[in-house]
Design a protein around this ligand. Structure first.
Ligand code: PMP
Length: 410
């Protein structure tokens, strides 16, 4: 029989309309994912992604912990487990958090599968179409993607060159359910707000009766001085903090955790069950073992030094290469992974990116436009420095500066 005469479309290849939910329809392929693709092109000096440096992965400690777990706890590690998380991990994290100055018990902790899942869980807990939601401007684009699924009604939190400014918060906050904030080494600006501003934010939360959702993936990555205490120290009764092991251990392990009053953890536990039953038992036991073996005390100082060195190189390079212009400025982070660059209003950062990608040694970064829920600005840039070698940081910043100069002249 002639096979070509009978060829039909395979059922998997026929396209019929998908009866999507409204939230799935809102989850379009974002501008952010296009920037990610550009930043990841081979040969490009990329200040784009927010990846931690692989230099900082404690491979030996992870291997030793994995061997230990499989030798001593294989059956448990490979089995289903409780939604709130493994007791020894919750205990170890509670000890670490309490030692930093905020009283914490294991019952105040729930484990999640990376803090990105935590953002989704918060969306489940608080948001629905039209829910009033206070948000920083700019803010983490991955959070915007997670929150966008719920269609909230964003209200911008006021800020100045030092970050979020609670003195400027007023009646617009009334009726909000929660405020999403990153007080420490913010993504994307790198800014950290003072203890005084944290205290005032807590006062405003009480005055206008909203919850504070503090996302804190970078808090441990300070260069010299420890940042002020978590918002939990200032408003323990109404703060939910989200932390992650992504930047201190490894993002591939997908391990995050919430800190919150026990009654909130109880509700989250039910949501977590609905989302994915529990976070990988094996990963949790492995992380608990790493913590027991002194991961934070032994490994973090080294990671902090790597990040500090890269930040210093980029700040020096910016100082040396950027055109002197009253509208060009950048933040000077004291921890974390990001510098936020503001350009003259006439410059479109997407166009600057296009030019930088065409340079002999192409450079990528994230245009700031991806980081706004409201009133998007096109003249800002997020620079991520930790995965690029010092030499390539200098070359990359020189290229950005040259492209910028040519756009300013045109
Ligand atoms: N929150 C912020 C502010 C982030 O920058 C990131 C990742 N870069 C996340 C949450 C998600 O991190 P993870 O899921 O790896 O914990």
């Amino acid at each position: 029989m002639n096979s070509s005469c009978c060829r039909t479309t395979h059922p998997f290849d026929s396209i019929i309309p998908l009866p999507m939910s409204q939230s799935a329809a809102r989850c379009q392929r974002s501008q952010a994912s296009q920037f990610f693709n550009l930043a990841g092109r081979p040969g490009v000096i990329s200040f784009g992604g927010g990846l931690p440096t692989a230099e900082g992965f404690p491979v030996d400690a992870i291997r030793a912990a994995a061997d230990w777990v499989l030798e001593k706890e294989a059956e448990r590690a490979l089995q289903y487990s409780a939604s709130a998380g493994e007791p020894e991990l919750r205990e170890a994290l509670a000890r670490w958090e309490a030692q930093k100055g905020v009283p914490t018990k294991a019952e105040n902790i729930i484990i999640c599968s990376g803090s990105q899942q935590g953002l989704d869980l918060i969306g489940n807990l608080f948001l629905e179409p039209g829910a009033k939601f206070l948000i920083e401007r700019p803010t983490y684009m991955g959070a915007l993607e997670a929150f966008e699924l719920r269609g909230p009604n964003y209200v911008t939190l006021p800020s100045d060159e030092f970050g979020l400014n609670p003195d400027m918060m007023g009646e617009e906050c009334r009726g909000a359910r929660l405020a999403y904030v990153m007080p420490t080494f913010q993504n994307p600006t790198g800014l950290t707000i003072s203890a005084e501003r944290r205290r005032k934010l807590a006062e405003k939360a009480r005055e206008y009766d909203f919850w504070i959702f503090e996302d804190n993936p970078y808090g441990e990555l300070y260069y010299d001085e420890e940042p002020p205490l978590s918002m939990r120290a200032f408003a323990p009764e109404r703060t939910i903090t989200l932390n992650t092991m992504s930047k201190v251990l490894s993002p591939g392990l997908r391990l995050g955790y919430f800190l919150a009053p026990k009654h909130v953890i109880d509700v989250m536990e039910r949501l977590k069950f609905a989302l994915d039953l529990h976070t990988s038992t094996f990963t949790q036991l492995l992380t608990a073992r790493c913590l027991e073996k002194g991961l934070m005390e032994n490994h973090l100082p080294e990671v902090r030094q790597i990040y500090k060195m890269h930040a210093e190189v980029m700040l020096e390079a910016l100082e040396e290469s950027m055109p002197k212009h009253s509208e060009i400025r950048w933040t000077k982070p004291r921890g974390g992974m990001f510098i936020w660059l503001t350009l003259p209003k006439s410059i479109d950062a997407v166009e600057l990116l296009e030019r930088c990608l065409e340079a002999p040694e192409p450079v990528a970064f994230f245009p700031g436009i991806a980081f706004y829920a409201t009133e998007k600005e096109s003249n800002t840039v997020r620079l991520s420095f930790v995965t690029v070698t010092p030499e390539r940081i200098r070359t990359g910043i020189r290229t950005i500066a040259e492209c910028l100069k040519s756009m300013l002249k045109a």
